[in-house]
Design a protein around this ligand. Structure first.
Ligand code: GLY
Length: 612
């Protein structure tokens, strides 16, 4: 599910808009990464444990850890280290992540989001004329690089939930980095379509041949520099990355960029702290059953937006609208996308790093209050509102200006259930495909390295609106940018039994991809693979977005008749890659099959291995 629509030109964002600027509203959303083909996946069923990740080599690393008696967190560490090597475009040790863990009793939320350097100000992405930089100009180079948090977060989670020794979890990735892995079709396609990565000399000599062409599919690619860095982390923990020679290489790379230097310093790296937060959970009734849906709180907007969409739909006739010939109907799509418009309006108004911005009424749960969502649902009529306005949850009017919708990219998702019943949903990212396009190498002559994130462009590039009112999600020193990442754990009520671990890559569309998986499985009673295979749909509070050539003409005409402005996308008729991942509780395996990994070029919820 990397790409629902074709890759589009980047949109510059202007300050002063309460809803998406016209040029963004007039386009389908830019996408996380280019589509690279579709592979049908049957879905997998397992008995004791499962791991679903974006690449079979990463999945296998997690499988080996689980088989050896490791915990879900142990397995996630092994998976993440291999993803750094084999899916470098999406996540890695140079990025950030959110990890949601059910330890058998409660849900815990670990925040490894990147932070803005101590030297950053709200002017970071403003040009000399005071206008925001073009998005791609902001992304490429050192300016967009936030202090990486994934390794620090995994270290904290391992201290609390690890079973196997930390060092052991790095062995699969180190071995693959030294012996080499075969370049996947997806990695090759993305390398071929990227115009910026080869400007970085380290990345150019690692990913591309001497003639400037990306290494072909199947090429054996070795990364001895990454093996060296992973050995340091294995031996010294997060300090192996955030201090010493690797930290020096990161800071030098960011600060030394010739045309777009950044601020990341040795002090920022040494000071990084992962955080434990309280998971955000809400009640959801689907198909006459009660569920507790838990997700990640701010700085992610994912759990709030998904909870608002599902909760708002509960106040509409949506639940009475079954699939028609296996597809969401026009009346249902109308209700869903209207609920989404309202949710995205609230996200633009309120959601930002909670250490800098107060929740409306002092509690983020106010945004999920059934009474509030009932009021919001009453704004949905028979014709489209086209663009929703934010509400006033918790009897508080905000002091902030709404953030214009801005492109988001990239990301990977890992879902794991271990043999003891612990479950994990971890969404992990370096933001855009290949992040900031800066590859770190400590300079000892080893080839390769790892990519740095461009997560700071998840802040609003424009810090204030035209009246000078600040935007909640503006750049501030030490702040974490707002995210769409939506790691989700679902529990049956009142038993409390775990039903599902789910999540997705996809920029802002993560929210819709994950909501589709939840609605498809629990309301429409599809198995996980069928739910993921449903065509994609959504709205970012602009046009109604439909996956190209997947909906009948009658549905499209019916939506137009309700006033929807439609945008279809899908990559030249090719069905897009799907990468949403779902892992279900073993006891529920008959209904929600559990995935074993993802083909490197396209699977979601699936792979080439059926563990457990
Ligand atoms: N950069 C993708 C996200 O955080 O949602």
């Amino acid at each position: 599910m990397k790409s629902m629509f074709p890759m589009l030109a980047v949109v510059a964002v202007l300050a002063g808009c309460a809803s998406p600027p016209a040029d963004l509203r007039d386009r389908a959303p830019a996408q996380p990464e280019a589509a690279s083909g579709y592979q049908a996946k049957p879905g997998w069923r397992t008995q004791r444990f499962s791991v679903a990740a974006a690449n079979p080599l990463a999945t296998d690393a997690g499988y080996q850890v689980l088989k050896a008696g490791g915990s879900a967190v142990d397995a996630a560490i092994a998976v993440q280290m291999v993803l750094t090597l084999v899916e470098p475009q999406s996540s890695g040790i140079g990025g950030g992540a959110f990890l949601l863990l059910f330890d058998g009793r409660q849900v815990q939320a670990y925040d490894g989001r990147e932070t803005a350097p101590a030297g950053a100000t709200e002017q970071l992405f403003l040009r000399a004329d005071g206008k925001p930089m073009a998005f791609i100009d902001a992304v490429v180079g050192g300016r967009s690089v936030g202090t990486p948090g994934t390794v620090g977060m995994l270290e904290l989670a391992h201290q609390r939930h690890g079973k196997l020794p930390w060092r052991q979890l790095f062995a699969p990735a180190i071995s693959l980095a030294e012996q080499g892995f075969n370049v996947s079709s997806r990695l090759h396609t993305l390398l071929a379509s990227d115009a910026h990565l080869k400007k970085d000399p380290v990345a150019a000599s690692y990913f591309y041949a001497a003639d400037g062409k990306p290494h072909p599919v199947g090429h054996l690619l070795r990364n001895p520099e990454l093996a060296h860095v992973l050995r340091l982390i294995a031996a010294h923990g997060a300090k192996g990355l955030m201090q010493g020679e690797v930290a020096q290489a990161m800071a030098a790379k960011v600060q030394g960029h010739a045309s777009n230097p950044g601020l990341l310093s040795l002090a920022d790296l040494a000071a990084y702290q992962p955080k434990q937060r309280e998971a955000l959970c809400h009640h959801w009734r689907a198909a006459a059953k009660d569920y507790r849906v838990c997700g990640f709180p701010p700085p992610s907007s994912g759990a709030i937006a998904i909870g608002q969409i599902l909760g708002t739909l509960e106040h509409t006739p949506a639940a009475t609208l079954a699939l028609e010939q296996g597809l969401p109907s026009a009346p249902w799509l109308h209700l869903y996308t209207e609920a989404a418009r309202l949710a995205f309006a609230d996200r633009a108004q309120y959601v930002a790093d909670p250490d800098f911005v107060a929740a409306p009424g002092g509690n983020w749960a106010n945004l999920l209050d059934p009474g509030y969502l009932g009021q919001r649902a009453r704004l949905i009529g028979t014709t489209s509102m086209k663009s929703g306005q934010s509400g006033t949850p918790g009897a508080m009017t905000t002091a902030y200006a709404a953030m214009p919708e801005q492109v988001e990219y990239g990301t990977s998702h890992i879902s794991i259930v271990d043999a003891s019943g612990q479950a994990l949903a971890m969404t992990t990212t370096i933001e855009a495909g290949f992040g900031s396009r800066l590859m770190v190498n400590t300079g000892a002559g080893r080839s390769g390295g790892f990519l740095l994130n461009n997560e700071l462009t998840d802040f609003s590039l424009a810090p204030r609106d035209a009246n000078g009112t600040p935007i909640a999600n503006r750049v501030q020193a030490g702040k974490r940018p707002r995210s769409s990442m939506s790691p989700t754990l679902v529990f049956e009520q009142p038993s409390g039994q775990l039903v599902m671990s789910a999540g997705s890559p996809g920029g802002a569309l993560i929210i819709h991809f994950t909501a589709k998986a939840l609605y498809g499985t629990l309301q429409w009673q599809l198995n996980a693979q069928q739910a993921i295979n449903l065509p994609n749909f959504g709205s970012l509070n602009g046009p109604t977005l439909l996956e190209e050539k997947r909906f009948p003409g009658a549905t499209i005409e019916a939506l137009k008749a309700r006033g929807h402005e439609l945008r279809e996308g899908g990559g030249g008729g090719a069905r897009p890659v799907r990468r949403t991942r779902v892992a279900a509780h073993p006891k529920d395996a008959n209904r929600l099959r559990r995935g074993g990994g993802g083909g490197s070029d396209g699977g979601l919820f699936a792979g080439n291995r059926c563990p457990g």
